[in-house]
Design a protein around this ligand. Structure first.
Ligand code: GUN
Ligand code: ZN
Length: 440
């Protein structure tokens, strides 16, 4: 293979090899940090990572070296749960989950019957993700197959690693959004054939949530999962108390909300359940046993008044959690903003989030829980070259605050509390700079 692209970024580098734990000081060997580091990338992959002084003598003559010595490079952020089709209804006032769905969300999703609209919003959404340093996401499209085709095509053109799927819904939504039960599953099969495993794309089966699917549709999704263990699954679980009551009414034969999904075979190591606020330890234990993950969506949970996620309780049952924006319920696509909201929720629960936990979560933590860690989540040889170049002095205030920080932990914490898209100097994916703040 001829080498088409090889370059080095010289910068401060930070990446995690393991969970840093909950203490203020990260666990031994969990953090890899190079104050003056070199990240050598080649053909979309990371070739080498080291101190600049150690790597420099081994570099080929004439290789391009980008000098980012005043910047901090971390792996690309991952958003484990987000709805691209809700971009334009973010910040819609005054409703909680079920009314919010009926008043804002379903009418908006009807617009995605149009290919032109789906294409335009796919591009806009990916621009916004890259602007905030997110290089991979697990994405809900609408129930229209064309919304999935448009999203995957746009992601593929940019060489991005994205998981996505067509919403399955065969009841309790506007007629024009509803599948006929088996038709929705056949549409999913067609989309899996066209997109799953193409380039860096993966298909995530997407039953919206228990109230909008019949048992027959959930069972059919479960059968697809059983047939192909490489598929992902995403849905919602135990977000809102009104939703809980409704599920109990609709599925009287299930002992609790999670059992509805278990009975259809939807709970596995590649399953992401968004929210999971109103669960007991026994249910968390059942999720953990199956290796599933809960997507913690703090800005959404506060915006929709859903409740305060109990991160500690999840940890106690060794249940994987991931970090997610859940836009349009969420108020911000930024991973930094998600961490800020997670910290605030944590404070209200007496379980504040360290910056170490936060940055681990957005990168290797999310990658692992989504089974993407063989390619993503770390700055290490062989990994895909998806990373973010952060500027901890991006605004006058951030510069002031960062100058006062004595440790890396303090600087990361300031970044997660005060940083936004202005702190994202560049976003690289598939070895290419795909967003530069100055150029935006
Ligand atoms: N539950 C079912 N659908 C949705 C959705 O679109 N957003 C959120 N936050 N919760 C849901
Ligand atoms: Zn959601």
């Amino acid at each position: 293979m001829t080498i088409t692209d090889s370059r080095v970024l010289r910068a401060e580098l930070l990446s995690f090899d393991a969970d840093p734990g909950e203490a203020d000081v990260p666990a031994a060997d969990s953090v890899r940090h190079h104050q003056d580091g070199a990240l050598w990338i080649e053909n979309g992959r990371i070739r080498a990572v080291d101190d600049y002084a150690r790597l420099a003598p081994t570099l080929p003559e004439g290789i391009s070296v980008i000098d980012h010595r005043d910047k901090l490079i971390v792996p690309g952020f991952i958003d484990s749960h987000v709805h691209y089709v809700q971009l334009e209804i973010m910040a819609s006032y005054g409703r909680q989950l079920l009314d919010w769905l009926n008043d804002y969300t379903f009418p908006e999703e009807l617009r995605f019957a149009s290919r032109e609209h789906a294409e335009a919003l796919s591009e806009a959404f990916l621009d916004e993700l890259l602007r905030v340093g997110t290089t991979t996401a697990q994405v809900f499209c609408s129930s229209h197959p064309v919304s999935v085709d448009a999203f995957f095509a746009a992601s593929h053109r940019r060489g991005l690693c994205m998981l996505a799927g067509k919403v399955l819904m065969d009841r309790h939504a506007p007629e024009a959004l509803c599948d006929d039960t088996l038709g929705g599953v056949r549409d999913s099969e067609r989309l899996i054939g066209d997109w799953h495993g193409k380039g860096r794309l993966g298909y995530s089966l997407t039953p919206r949530f228990a109230p909008t699917s019949t048992r027959a549709q959930l069972d059919a999704a479960g059968a697809l999962m059983r047939n192909d263990s490489s598929l992902w699954l995403q849905t919602h679980l135990a977000e809102n108390t009104g939703e809980l009551d409704w599920v109990a009414e609709l599925f009287p034969g299930s002992r609790d909300y999670l059992a509805v999904y278990e009975q259809s075979g939807l709970v596995g190591p590649r399953s992401t359940f968004a929210h999971g606020i109103h669960l007991d330890q026994e249910m968390r234990g059942r999720l953990a046993e199956r290796g599933a993950n809960l997507a913690f969506c703090p800005s959404s949970n506060m915006f929709l008044g859903s409740g305060l996620f109990d991160r500690q309780a999840a940890r106690e049952t060794a249940l994987n959690i991931t970090y997610a924006s859940d836009v349009g319920g969420g108020t911000d696509l930024s991973g930094l903003a998600t961490l800020k909201a997670a910290y605030q929720v944590g404070q209200l629960r007496g379980q504040p989030l360290t910056a170490w936990q936060g940055f681990f979560g957005l990168t290797l933590g999310n990658a692992r829980a989504l089974s993407l860690d063989t390619r993503l989540g770390r700055l290490a040889p062989g990994m895909d070259a998806d990373f973010v170049v952060l500027d901890t002095a991006a605004t006058p205030l951030l510069a002031r605050r960062s100058a006062r920080c004595r440790t890396l932990g303090e600087r990361l914490f300031a970044l997660m509390m005060l940083g936004d898209d202005r702190a994202v100097h560049e976003t690289w994916a598939a070895g290419r700079c795909q967003h530069r703040r100055d150029a935006a």
